[in-house]
Design a binder for this molecule. Structure first.
Ligand SMILES: [Zn+2]
Length: 400
């Protein structure tokens, strides 16, 4: 039964093979160096007998190459396969980076287990089973250690070992999805080791394609984390051009922020904290001042006497219903029985505060009956919104 030779010989990019069968655009070879999509690593791209390979899948124990069009091939023919170098190289580096990241996780994460893995053309994700909360600090630690391991240029090696032996080793992380096909019909599993076998940085059971030295991975840039499910933390990262571009983008933003703040990058957090405290204090001060202005405005509204009740009625500008309501409550009493204030925030609103002799809710109901909108309240306080009239028309109606 033909299996892909890609995991054991990932550097082969061009090979000759004998065609085992052809079914429309689907071709099976006696041997192939194309990687069939499996366990989070995408299928290889390339050409077979000069025709573009659009997909490679495991099917019924075979590796099936699906071509762009039905080829002029028959069983027994010899065909040349060419694996797309750029994409395969990207996958090998990205895949090995995921092992290095998992190895870094062994250093920083508690109760670690393997939760899943996926490569796409922009980014790679690794799902950790862990009880550790992967916060910003941990993310930075993980990224730093992965890049350190790249710099340290550790060897990456792989060998087939009996499944039972692999299962009994506690230090082996299982990429179960990649291996499920292999487990079901094989007695051995591929073990991938980063570093020397006596003191490895990471050991994993994995059927993907890997580089032979971590130095080949290049810069690794962590993009972020999320929680895809209970007990799982997903960490996404980029390698290659995407990593380089993202790093440049973040560097540009950081430098630009430091320039705007008039400080250095290392002093940015302190500066941001100071600015936030200052803003909060200014906002509190401004809010006090506005409340004072509003109170003075409402206290200065013309008083209207009617049936022995003193009304203060008017409009305000630049304040919302909540602020106006609080201020109106303060004005009621001490010679004022009812305060009616209309204003605008999106639409026209009206606020009524009362000692209770005149029911505030009734005033609002009368106004919303006359001008539309809605609202309500009790005897001492009520408000309405969405009135279809200018604030001045609303208070004119109250004065009449
Ligand atoms: Zn792997």
């Amino acid at each position: 039964m033909p299996q892909s030779l890609a995991p054991s010989d990932p550097t082969v990019r061009e090979f000759e093979a004998t065609v085992a069968s052809v079914d429309g655009p689907d071709v099976v070879l006696d041997d192939t160096y194309f990687y069939a999509e499996s366990g989070g690593q995408p299928a290889d791209r390339g050409t077979l007998a000069g025709t573009t390979v659009t997909d490679v899948q495991h099917r019924d124990g075979d590796v099936v190459h699906t071509l762009e069009s039905a080829p002029d091939l028959s069983a027994g023919d010899t065909a040349v396969g060419v694996v797309d170098d750029a994409f395969r190289t990207y996958c090998m580096r990205a895949h090995t980076a995921s092992h290095a990241l998992y190895g870094a996780g062994r250093e920083y994460l508690d109760d670690l287990g393997y939760g899943g893995f996926n490569i796409d053309s922009e980014k790679v994700r690794v799902d950790f089973e862990t009880s550790t909360d992967i916060d910003d600090e941990t993310l930075v630690d993980l990224e730093r250690l992965v890049n350190r391991v790249v710099w340290d240029s550790l060897s990456v090696s792989w060998e087939e070992v009996p499944v039972e032996e692999a299962r009994s080793r506690e230090d082996v992380a299982f990429n179960v999805k990649t291996e499920e096909g292999v487990f079901s019909d094989s007695d051995t599993v591929r073990i991938v080791t980063i570093g020397d076998s006596d003191t490895p940085f990471d050991v994993a059971a994995c059927g993907g394609t890997h580089v032979s030295n971590t130095g080949e991975i290049g810069p690794v840039h962590l993009l972020g984390r999320s929680n895809p499910g209970e007990g799982l933390t997903r960490v996404e990262f980029a390698v290659g051009p995407t990593a380089i571009d993202r790093r440049a983008e973040e560097r540009r933003a950081t430098l630009s922020t430091a320039r705007e703040l008039g400080t250095s990058v290392s002093k940015m957090p302190e500066m941001a904290r100071n600015l936030r405290a200052k803003t909060e204090s200014l906002e509190a001060e401004l809010s006090d001042l506005k409340r004072g202005v509003l109170a003075a405005r409402l206290a200065g509204l013309d008083a209207v006497e009617r049936d022995g009740v003193t009304w203060r009625v008017g409009t305000v500008d630049g304040f919302g219903p909540n602020d106006v309501g609080d201020a109106a409550k303060d004005v009621v009493g001490d010679g004022t029985d009812v305060v009616v204030v209309a204003g605008q925030e999106g639409s026209t609103f009206v606020v009524v505060a009362s000692t209770g002799d005149v029911a505030a809710g009734d005033v609002v109901t009368e106004l919303t009956d006359a001008f539309g909108g809605g609202g309500g309240g009790g005897p001492t306080f009520a408000q309405g919104g969405g009135l279809d009239a200018d604030p001045s028309a609303v208070v004119d109606a109250v004065r009449r």
